[in-house]
Design a protein around this ligand. Structure first.
Ligand SMILES: Nc1nc(=O)c2cc3nc(NCCN4CCCCC4)[nH]c3cc2[nH]1
Ligand SMILES: [Zn+2]
Length: 372
């Protein structure tokens, strides 16, 4: 057990924003950080070398998907997810709670866990805290997430209060299944509590009694308005332990990420850059570009003059529009490379601004260009 694994140090702050680094078994992660989503053991449309060229430091995988296909035991027999997908940098795996409720059918929640039928072939499965820890051990992820219930948007106070209690008991069972310091994998707790500030405080208070290597805010970006998300985010983030990494799950747009950093969050993941790349919505330093628009037909300028990614250095908007219109596979890859470069640049530039004490100016400039 490398003594540094799990070590989180903050070397600069600017208001509530923090610049630091988290040590994992597969390397050091600078924070704030954005994690490209690689649900099924691949970040869609790009290969590990593309990700390294972009400077991606950690990617996300999903317990739910990899358990169902190709199966975590099969991956373990091949040396774990890093070897299987040829990615030797850190991997965080989500625990499956959220995916069970957003993807599978016939779900039943009980004290022991959640039963569900596979969205692939309808087969029956049970996720308990112990099971999702076992799956993530087989995958060998550097950061494991506890099994939690992501409370649906609109749930009332009574349901939300009951649910957060279950999530805490499951979190304790996950910790017991993988005691702190017993291996090279880190385990993060997940705060719930819906959109009730008193329940957000209660959920976090309960989690603080359990030693985790990091703490996440769950139950957000589930259909609420931006204002509701920001209200809960700014209230809850400072309640998470200051000396541990804070992870906002499933968020978000570039502006959400900058505001999350402003609230004191260190880690982010979202399918937006990869998913939007595939439908031609590209994020640039001048705002969003919808590459399929006719105005770009004979536009020989690069997608983003301020971007140094492979796509912006080698191709014009006219060519990227052509690829999209022709439904060429290369469109997916070039658009994804750029969008990931943009999201990674947002957090890299934010980190630099925090180190220079200019983060508020960085955030204000960003708010002039992006409004969602
Ligand atoms: N274990 C776990 N617990 C959560 O409460 C959770 C909450 C989440 N909220 C999201 N939101 C994703 C929203 N995303 C935005 C772009 C389009 C697709 C959906 N992802 C989440 C993942 C989560 N994972
Ligand atoms: Zn670019």
């Amino acid at each position: 057990m490398n003594m540094h694994i799990g070590k989180f140090s903050i070397h600069n702050t600017d208001g509530k924003a923090r610049a630091g680094e988290l040590h994992t078994a597969h390397g050091v992660i600078p924070t704030p950080i954005f994690m490209p989503v690689g649900t099924q053991g691949t970040v869609k449309a790009v290969c590990p070398q593309d990700l390294k060229d972009l400077g991606a430091r950690i990617i996300l995988g999903n317990t739910y998907h990899l358990y169902l296909r190709p199966n975590d035991e099969m991956i373990a027999r091949r040396g774990g997810l890093h070897k299987f997908m040829n990615w030797d940098r850190p991997i965080l795996t989500d625990s499956g709670g959220f995916q069970v409720f957003s993807l599978s059918g016939l779900r039943k929640l009980s004290e022991d866990g959640v039963t569900f039928s596979s969205h692939i072939d309808g087969s029956k499965h049970v996720f308990t805290p112990e099971k999702v820890v076992s799956i993530q051990k087989n995958l060998g992820s550097d950061i494991m997430m506890v099994l939690d219930e992501c409370v649906p948007y609109g749930a009332d106070h009574e349901y939300t209060k009951k649910s957060l209690g279950l999530t805490t008991r499951w979190a304790a069972r996950c910790r017991a299944a993988y005691p702190q310091g017993s291996g090279d994998q880190l385990l993060f707790g997940i705060g719930q509590g819906g959109f009730f500030k008193d329940l957000r405080e209660e959920s976090i208070r309960q989690l603080l009694d359990i030693p985790f290597d990091g703490y996440a805010l769950g139950g957000l970006s589930v259909g609420e308005s931006k204002a509701e998300m920001m209200d809960i985010l700014y209230h809850s983030a400072p309640l998470l332990p200051a000396d541990k990494p804070r992870y906002l799950m499933g968020v978000g747009t570039p502006l959400d990420i900058v505001r999350g950093i402003d609230a004191g969050i260190d880690m982010f993941d979202c399918v937006m850059p990869t998913r939007n790349a595939r439908n031609g919505t590209l994020f640039t330093s001048q705002g969003k570009v919808n590459i399929k628009r006719a105005q770009y037909t004979e536009d020989d300028s690069p997608l983003d003059p301020e971007c140094s990614c492979y796509t912006c250095r080698n191709f014009s908007k006219a060519y990227l529009r052509h690829l999209y219109q022709a439904q060429e596979i290369l469109s997916y890859r070039l658009n994804t490379i750029h969008n990931l470069a943009f999201f990674l640049t947002v957090v890299t530039d934010a980190r630099k601004a925090i180190e220079e004490g200019t983060f508020q100016a960085y955030k204000a400039r960003f708010e002039n260009i992006y409004d969602t």
